[in-house]
Design a protein around this ligand. Sequence first.
Ligand code: B12
Length: 368
Amino acid sequence: MKQLIIEIANSIGIEIIGFTNVLDYSYLSNILVDRADNGYSCEFEEQNIAKRIDVRNTFPGCKSIIAIGVPYAEGYKKPITDDMGLLSVVSFGKNYHEKIKGILKELAEKIRKHIDFKYKICVDTSPLIDREICKNAGIGNYGKNTLLINEKFGSFINLGYLLTDLDIECGSRKNNINICGECQICIKNCPNNAILKNWGISARKCVSYLTQTKNYIPFEHRKSMGNQIYGCDVCQLVCPKNKINSEKKQAADYSSLLINLKELMQISNKEFVSKYGRLSGGWRGRNIWKRNAIIAAGNLELVSMFEIIKNELNNPSEIIKTYAAWCLTKLNRQKAVNILNAAMKYENERIKKEYMKLAEAENDSGNV
Ligand code: B12
């Protein structure tokens, strides 16, 4: 049966496929509990650990899992810019969730022509631990940046799988192997020192997280976000295991990943949805992109955006308002402090406190 499934998969262009019968992931309980206790987890992962550690909580009749990896970012090199925002390459083109779900559905329906079976499609948003399932299926091994790395394609692969009730004999759990050796390039290059020395990540320090969260971003993390509007690619771009990918001929024109910051600041909700809503990074919505654009303008020191950002002090959103205030202090500190001092008397206590913190900051990085 495995051979038949592999042949069907290859016939529809799936290059990375594997199988696993490992349904019980309770062996990860300690890692998940420690991660939460140490403050390394984040709101984008299922908080109920019981739901994460048994595949049958998601699909009760599950007997086997068919996992795939779908390569992206072929030949991609980070564009150099000093006045544009940047989306992570995972957000290039069609939303990868939709793309991979489509591929898995096609695969399942083609298998069904030969064997009747039940299945559930999972891509990213299930409570399950995608990388561990895919590791057990033989798709790849963990790198120190925590990404799953395929031997032939590297880590620029998105993961998805079918939970099925098929009786496929697939072999047992795969142990972790250190494929990185002594290499620490990702750890050293991570813009916000989010990668831990002992296999893991402090998720709420990761720039990808910072660009997505609705939580308050402390001053000291803002600089590391550079000009990122959604996601971050640094730990993958510097990884020697991705050399295979970067040496490939560039498969596409990636210029749509560059974002005009002035335009983003003025975009309406409707325009945002029609222009960016279908990208995988679009799910966070206009306000969070706008907040990131304000941080980017501050980090790039785009003095020409001072007036546009200043207008945002009148934005009804507290989030936008307070980041705009921070940005102004980066663009012209003295002018900004005068404006904030004058604006303070019209604001509520929370915002007033934030403005005062900025006005009193001792140095340009906003540290009090
Ligand atoms: C929450 C989440 C995030 C969080 C936290 C990331 C993280 N590393 O955990 C944030 C927002 C930061 C994030 C960022 C990104 N994410 Co994300 N994310 C997830 C999500 C929803 C859950 C991840 C999770 O459960 N982590 C918690 C634990 C289990 O992971 P862990 O602490 O690293 O522990 C493991 C390893 O450290 C390892 N380990 C432990 N000890 C040891 C010892 C040795 C010797 C070894 C080798 C390994 C090892 O085993 C542990 C258990 O699995 C998954 C989808 C899903 N449902 O699984 C996608 C997922 C992991 N993300 C993905 C992607 C693409 C990204 C980004 C690249 C997006 C971007 N361009 O910005 C970045 C990459 C940042 C990074 N370096 O991780 C892909 C990864 C694909 C791949 N090839 O690995 C996934 C699988 C989504 C998908 N289906 O494609 N993400």
